[in-house]
Write a protein that binds this ligand. Sequence first.
Ligand code: ATP
Ligand code: MG
Length: 255
Amino acid sequence: MIEVSNLHKSFGDVEVLKGISTTFEKGKTNLIIGQSGSGKTVFLKCLLGLFNYEKGSIAYDGKIFAKLTEDEKRNIRAEIGMVFQGSALFDSMTIAENVMFPLKMFTKQSKSEMEDRVNFVLKRVNLETAHNKMPSEASGGMQKRVAIARAIVNNPKYLFCDEPNSGLDPKTAIVIDNLIQEITDEYQITTVINSHDMNSVMEIGEKIVFLRNGLKAWEGSNKTIFKTDNEVVTDFVYSSNLFKKVRKMYIEENE
Ligand SMILES: Nc1ncnc2c1ncn2[C@@H]1O[C@H](COP(=O)(O)OP(=O)(O)OP(=O)(O)O)[C@@H](O)[C@H]1O
Ligand SMILES: [Mg+2]
C-alpha cells in the first residue's frame, strides 16, 4: 500500500500539485485520471522518487520515504517497476536483453538465473518466441508487453505505468490493461496507472483518483464513477460523445 499525504510540488513559482492525499491499495489497479496537464505524470514521478516535493509525504508500506536513509531509499527503488509512456525500450538491445537489463542493474544473479527469469516473464506476457527480435521489429502492443515484462522482472512490490496503452488500438489496449490487472492480482503488486482513457477506467478502475488542476477532485471506483453528480467528473466521463449517447439512451429508456 502507498499512502500519500498533502503532497505539494512546484516548478519555480508554479504549483503543479496543490496538496494531494490518497492511498493506493495492494493487489489493485489504482488509476490516476484527469485531463492533459492536470498533473498525473508529475504525481507519478513523485511516487517514483524522480521528483522532490516541497511538502507532504509518501509512505511505502508504512515507510515514509523522506525519512529513510540512502540505503533504505535504494531498497525501495529496487522494489519499483515502471512502464514509461511510449515503452522506452533500448533500441540497440534485443527484447531479451531489454528485459534482463534491470536484473543486471539491481541483482547479483548468475547468467543462467537471469536467463531463467527472463524466460519466465516473457512467457508470462505471451512473448516466448520473441527473445532475439529487436524492438523495431515488434508491434506497438508487443513493445508494451516487453515493457511490462521488464517492469516486473525484479518482482516489484510497486508498479507504475504512465499511459500504458496510449497509441494502441482499442482492442490491444484492453489486452494490455487486462494483462496489467492480472499480474497485479497474481503477484499482489500495488499498481498505479496514469490514464485519460475511459475504456481503461471501465476495465480496470478498481480504485480511481481524479485529478484536476493539481488537486484531487474525486475518488472512487469504476462501480461508482457513473453514479456521482460531481460536475467535474461527469464533464470528464461524458466528454466522449459515445458515453453521452449511451447515457441519453439510458435516461430515455428509464423514463
Ligand atoms: N519539468 C517540469 N518543469 C516545469 N513544469 C512542468 C514540468 N513537468 C511538468 N510541468 C507542468 O506541470 C503540469 C502538469 O503536467 P503533467 O505532465 O503532470 O500533466 P499530465 O496530467 O500528465 O498530462 P498528459 O495527460 O498530457 O500526460 C503542466 O502544466 C506542465 O507544464
Ligand atoms: Mg502525462
